[in-house]
Design a protein around this ligand. Structure first.
Ligand code: ADP
Length: 593
């Protein structure tokens, strides 16, 4: 120990004299002041060493330096509680294996006396590290060094805020090395070391956590970066905060400079991209806590016959704590479905070409059947027009051949409608349904449609209830007739036991409403949301017994929407269903035909 360090007895002595001084007259003589200054300098130097220690090995060095001021010893050991246990052995010179073993035995005994969970020497030996200073890394152990017995040892608990975190043990080969007078000071050093070690431990834990978080962050970044789907993330104001590589690639094709931190709504005003408002709307919906799924967005031209099409789903992002009710942003997944659209297009084109090819022979069959029907009617009328039975001349002649021909004719018309629906499919699908506007009376078209439907419906009685017919409308007459024909066909088809079908026409403000009421099977709950989808019946086995391909209503909806009208249905209270559609008197904007 250096001379300027006070001994325990000196400290005790000094405390007594200080007390008496404070008690009577607080007189500090020069010698007393020098001692206090020395003490403070010592504690200060020691404290600084510990504070400066950044890792546990620097703490060990600081501890060693402080202890060497007090004693000279063979080894200092730091045993720390925790899972796993840790034991650091800092020898002052190379120690023999047996000396190390003995130290471990002593530490186990002392630890079991202090507040430690029971440990075995083997367990402790397996957690031991030798923290030997560099100068000890000698190639051979010097003769006689560290080979003796343990002459004296000292064990002091390492405590932080009254919690025992470990134990400091000092060993020496000589006897009586550890002077009890220095015990208080040694405990103070141990306390400093305990706090420094605890800090190091906290820092290590913090670093480990940070490293783990950073690892997770990088992993996530890698996953998101290598995703085939585009990922777009916005903040709570709808401004894009990040785009993964795929999203950047997808949106780059749209030639838009997506500045981060600028809400999509603001970008709309400066961009010519007509799909941007739709994207902003999707993000807005998700910011209102709604899940948006499978929205298609056409974002630009491509080399293929179809434009670049994205399928977008968006969901609100909530902060992990879940305290804030409002989303903190939106995460949207972008899928490039251009190639799927391309295949769809090929399929639709194929259907369109085939339907077109079918229409030519069909027209011929229809024409010749009509011709044959008329001829047969004439021939049969003549055959029955005998002078004695002239009243029968105008009656429809009954004949098996004529009935057969009538069936051929009505089936041909049905086939023609199917082929027309298929032809329309491609036009509707690709937005090329051209409407040819003309002025006509809706009541006339309804009457014609009812007349032709009644001709092929033997079990049904079709009523026409015209409540208003004064105003002519401007619409595509053929297309409107097609819609009415489709709905009437369904009304007959889906009421297999016959019954009443009523067609009503009402005028409402600036539009007409047509309602077609049947007494059939009605629309079941699971069909409710789907019957206007194309080919819906393909997935619906319950109606497989009725012929059809599930296109009529899909095309009807496109035609009515194209006119600026609406189409919907309701199930009747008793039985059957009612299909309604509206048609504005004038189209919203009359396109040049
Ligand atoms: P299709 O009749 O060829 O299946 P539609 O597009 O005309 O195709 O109709 C779609 C679906 O709507 C039908 O499959 C049927 O399930 C249902 N549907 C249409 N009209 C009626 C109706 N009047 N009564 C009951 N179900 C109907």
């Amino acid at each position: 120990m250096e001379s300027n360090v006070p001994s325990e007895s000196q400290v005790v002595e000094r405390e007594k004299s200080t007390d008496s001084m404070y008690g009577s007259s607080p007189v500090f003589n020069d010698e007393r002041l020098t001692t206090i200054r020395q003490e403070m300098e010592y504690l200060n130097t020691m404290g600084k060493r510990f504070v400066a220690a950044f890792d546990r090995f620097q703490v060990h060095r600081a501890l060693l330096a402080a202890l060497r001021d007090l004693y000279s010893f063979s080894a200092c050991c730091i045993f720390l509680k925790g899972d796993p246990l840790e034991l650091f052995i800092i020898p002052s010179y190379p120690l023999s294996a047996s000396f190390l073993e003995m130290m471990i035995q002593r530490i186990v005994s002392a630890a079991n006396v202090i507040d430690f969970p029971h440990i075995e020497a083997e367990q402790l030996a397996s957690s031991a590290y030798l923290d030997a200073p560099d100068e000890l890394a000698l190639p051979h152990m010097q003769e006689g060094w560290g080979g003796g017995e343990i002459g004296s040892s000292l064990h002091i608990p390492l405590t932080v805020e009254n919690r025992i975190m470990g134990m400091l043990s000092l060993f020496d080969e000589r006897r009586d090395t550890f002077n009890t007078n220095l015990l208080q000071l040694t405990t103070m050093i141990a306390d400093y070391a305990a706090v420094a070690l605890e800090n190091v431990r906290l820092r290590e834990r913090e670093n480990a956590l940070w490293r783990q978080t950073e690892f997770e962050r990088q992993r996530l970044e890698l996953i998101i970066g290598s995703m085939a789907e585009g990922l777009l993330i916005t903040d709570a104001h709808g401004a894009i905060t990040s785009l993964n590589q795929s999203a950047q690639h997808l949106l780059a094709q749209a030639n838009i400079n997506f500045q981060t931190d600028v809400p999509l709504h603001q970008l709309i005003s400066t961009s010519a991209a007509d799909w941007l408002p739709r994207l902003a709307e999707i993000v807005d919906q998700a910011l209102k806590n709604k899940l948006v799924t499978n929205q298609e967005l056409t974002i630009g031209e491509s080399d293929e016959t179809v434009p670049i099409t994205l399928n977008i789903s968006a969901a609100p992002l909530h902060d992990a704590s879940g305290i804030a009710k409002r989303p903190i942003g939106v995460v949207a997944v972008l899928n490039d479905v251009t190639s799927i659209k391309q295949v769809e297009r090929l399929k639709d084109d194929f259907v369109s070409v085939v339907s077109h090819e079918l229409r030519t022979p069909l027209t011929a069959i229809k024409g010749y059947t009509q011709h044959l029907v008329r001829r047969m009617e004439r021939r049969l009328r003549k055959a029955h027009a005998t002078p004695e039975n002239s009243a029968l001349v105008n009656e429809a002649p009954e004949s098996y051949d004529l009935r057969s021909l009538n069936i051929v004719q009505s089936q041909t018309e049905h086939l023609e409608r199917l082929v027309n629906d298929l032809l329309d499919l491609s036009q509707v699908q690709w937005g090329k349904l051209n409407l040819h506007y003309e002025t006509f009376y809706l009541a006339d078209v309804l009457a014609e449609s009812v007349h032709s439907a009644q001709a092929s419906a033997e079990l049904h009685t079709i009523y026409l209830d015209i409540q208003a017919q004064s105003t002519a409308i401007m619409a595509d007459r053929m297309r409107v007739a097609q819609v009415i024909g489709n709905i009437l066909d369904n009304a007959i088809k889906y009421s297999p036991h016959g019954g009443k079908v009523t067609v009503c026409l009402e005028k409402r403000d600036k539009e007409y409403m047509v309602s077609i009421i049947d007494e059939g099977i009605g629309v079941s709950a699971e069909q409710f949301d789907h019957i206007f989808e194309r080919f819906y019946r393909v997935h619906n086995t319950a109606i497989q017994q009725y012929s059809g391909i599930g296109l009529g209503l899909y095309v009807a909806k496109a035609i009515i929407n194209g006119h600026g009208g609406q189409i919907w249905f309701t199930n009747n209270q008793s039985n059957g269903s009612t299909f309604h559609f509206t048609l504005p008197l004038r189209p919203p904007t009359v396109p040049l035909a």
